[in-house]
Design a protein around this ligand. Structure first.
Ligand code: ZLM
Ligand code: CA
Ligand code: ZN
Length: 406
């Protein structure tokens, strides 16, 4: 199929469990696990599984998650479901974690920033525990493969949930699989570099290691002053002056690259390559974790950047060239067809393959073909019949947002 070959001289592993696809955050919630279905079908359709070792992820154990997260929070996550939420909220050790209410709150928040209100960022939904423990299990197994040297590059597109805090869900993230992975890597590696190209600031990972000089966090993200509606782009942190906790040994081991809306390929590539190479040179890590959030692509439902799949992939290639053990994770990405095209392309780059632009008709994902349920909006996008690495917006590349004056 398409002359897909295994990479020469190194090994790639792919970690996934299709059960994550059955989950629904809510009807209009931007996070669509369906994007992972599309990604899987492109990866399999192009035959990229022949170039890697593929592993079916098993759920992480509660004790593994307690390496970072609060024990009560882990208990809550493992027991919570829409039916049990209200009762669990009344248990004192959980109730104690309910944030204070603000007057103009539109959604009612329960313990740990979780909620059953439909407008919540972190809703409690059916099958949620299964979903959380599976994406975490996939990341932890990928990490093990790197630690044992059985893989040189390990991939988990269902992971990369960078906003989760020790005892609080945030921004669609409940368990911080990245922090858990880095904690494991630190058992063997002297210095771990974390790079985050999601359009949002990787605040959860940065915060977890703000006193840790053996972990350098580097996030590229949309950041700026308040917008017309009086809000900051989520999560509102990641200023250039934010460099790790001052007065601790972790100071200078966080880097933030705040970026205005509308940044294009050339501008992004200049920033990414100059800053990333200087960081690797100076920090000298022995392994790298790269969060490949695809909401930095042009045309993303939540993002405000204007970069193409080709450029997004070039970031992966650039990091790969340093030949260090590399963990590739997903993250954000809210225009499903572009997310799938990007992560499939990046799977090809990881395995040293080049994909033809045309997606053969027999592998164009047909929504109606899966489990009798209509996922996404149920439409077959015309643009999805080609990879279109240089066209995230189907022909119109001007930013949806105001182009800033550079
Ligand atoms: N409201 N429904 C990126 C995480 C971004 C915080 C403003 C909730 C949404 C968004 C939820 C169905 C990653 C904020 C937003 C509305 C407080 C955010 C539910 C639409 C919906 O239609 C929606 C009714 C929802 C949430 C939009 N939330 C857009 N942006 C951000 C979180 C996560 O990509 O970095 C990694 C995976 N939250 O701006 C509010 C302040 C909650
Ligand atoms: Ca980022
Ligand atoms: Zn994001």
């Amino acid at each position: 199929e398409n002359n897909i070959t295994r990479p020469r001289g190194y090994k790639v592993s792919f970690h996934y469990n299709s059960r994550v696809e059955d989950m629904h955050f809510g009807k209009t919630h931007p996070m669509k696990p369906w994007r992972l279905t599309l990604t899987k079908h492109l990866v399999l359709g192009f035959g990229l599984h022949h170039a890697m070792d593929t592993y079916q992820a098993v759920a992480a154990g509660k004790d593994q998650i307690r390496a970072f997260h609060d024990s009560d929070y882990v208990d809550f996550l493992s027991e919570v479901a829409p039916e049990t939420f209200e009762e669990l909220c009344k248990i004192p050790r959980f109730y104690a974690h309910t944030p204070p209410r603000h007057e103009n709150d539109t959604v009612e928040l329960g313990p740990f920033n979780l909620s059953t209100s439909p407008g919540a960022d972190c809703p409690v939904f059916d099958g949620m525990s299964t979903y959380l423990f599976l994406y975490t299990g996939a990341t932890l197994h990928a990490t093990q493969k790197l630690l044992t040297g059985q893989s040189d590059i390990a991939i988990n597109w269902s992971g990369g949930l960078h906003h989760a805090h020790k005892s609080e869900a945030s921004g669609f993230c409940y368990i911080n699989d990245i922090v858990l992975s880095i904690l494991d890597l630190l058992r063997v590696h002297a210095r771990v570099l974390y790079i985050d190209i999601d359009v949002h600031h990787g605040d959860g990972v940065e915060e977890a290691f703000q006193r840790q000089p053996r972990v350098m966090t580097l996030s590229y993200h949309r950041y700026g002053p308040y917008d017309e509606t009086g809000h900051k782009f989520f999560p509102g942190t990641g200023d250039i002056s934010d460099i790790g906790l001052r007065g601790t040994v972790g100071e200078h081991f966080a880097l933030n690259v705040p970026i205005p809306s509308g940044i294009d390929d050339r501008q992004y590539s200049y920033l990414f390559e100059s800053i990333t190479s200087r960081t690797i040179e100076a920090f000298n890590p022995s392994c790298i974790v790269l969060q490949c959030g695809a909401d930095s692509l042009g045309g993303d439902r939540l993002g405000q950047f204007n970069i193409n799949i080709k450029q997004h992939g070039d970031c992966v290639s650039f990091v790969k060239k340093f030949r260090l053990p590399l963990l590739l994770l997903g993250g954000g990405g809210y225009t499903a067809r572009n997310v799938a095209r990007a992560w499939c392309h990046e799977t090809a780059l990881a395995t040293n393959n080049t994909l033809p632009d045309a997606i053969p008709m027999h592998i164009v994902p047909r929504p109606e073909a899966f489990s009798g349920r209509v996922h996404g909006d149920g439409k077959l996008y015309p643009s999805f019949q080609r990879l279109h690495l240089n066209d995230c917006k189907d022909g119109e590349l001007e930013a949806m947002v105001k182009q800033v004056d550079w």
